[in-house]
Design a protein around this ligand. Sequence first.
Ligand code: AMP
Ligand code: ZN
Ligand code: FE
Ligand code: FE
Length: 287
Amino acid sequence: MRIDLHAHSTASDGTDSPAELVRNAADAGLDVVALTDHDTVGGYGEALAALPARLTLVTGAELSCRLDGTGVHMLAYLFDPEEPELARERELVRDDRVPRARTMVGKLRDLGVDVTWEQVARIAGDGSVGRPHIATALVELGVVATVSDAFTPDWLADGGRAYAEKHELDPFDAVRLVKAAGGVTVLAHPAAVKRGRCVPESAIAELAAAGLDGIEVDHMDHDADTRARLRGLAADLGLLTTGSSDYHGSRKTCRLGEYTTDPEVYGEITRRATGAFPVPGAGGRER
Ligand code: AMP
Ligand code: ZN
Ligand code: FE
Ligand code: FE
């Protein structure tokens, strides 16, 4: 069984539509894919409608959080998308992304870059707007060569010249809210140093005590030593460990299924979840 529990679509900052994402997941030989757009469940309907036979969809989201000034991403799986408190929090983060992106565009213009909000809005389309969309605009303008090259202190990195903060959740609140909505939480790429400061082990221990279910270990931004350290930490804290691609279509280099999650861990995630259930592609059956 090949299981990839972290992928983005055009509902946030991926480049595959939700329908393309599930088709590409099936073509990549995956049995299970999780749709984890930033702060939104907006891609669910299209992904479910297009779900190929033999592919199971795990619904989810990647919640933007902040702890002591450090950005933290919390993967949330199989929560009830209708649960009002968590839905409200997703909306608050999503809504704040627009004025925040406009602020970043303003900062770039002050730096002499001829980017406009209209350009960024066109790139983001219906998706929850984020820095990768602005980075794509910078690539279009020839300011940087790749999306990744825009994530430097000169441009969009945390604290960079054109960076602006957005409303984000306290990760302890995120764990509590997701659990209350019947979901399961996995701390995304906890040691991805190139994104800025990473989450201290003491904070991971506190989150574990507060009900965090797992941490993402096998991820492109973790080297072998980091993975070994995180595996040890998870064993000490009784946390599940996952592996995932964090696929963003053509906006990032990772491929669907490049990293995968152990079927036993996946089984445990599905057993713990009560807010929603994995949806198997119907194939030839009536839907
Ligand atoms: P935002 O939620 O708008 O702050 O943007 C966060 C997004 O930027 C996430 O999807 C990350 O994958 C992406 N990101 C962060 N750092 C980098 C990087 N160094 N290269 C490419 N994408 C990045
Ligand atoms: Zn993203
Ligand atoms: Fe992330
Ligand atoms: Fe992600």
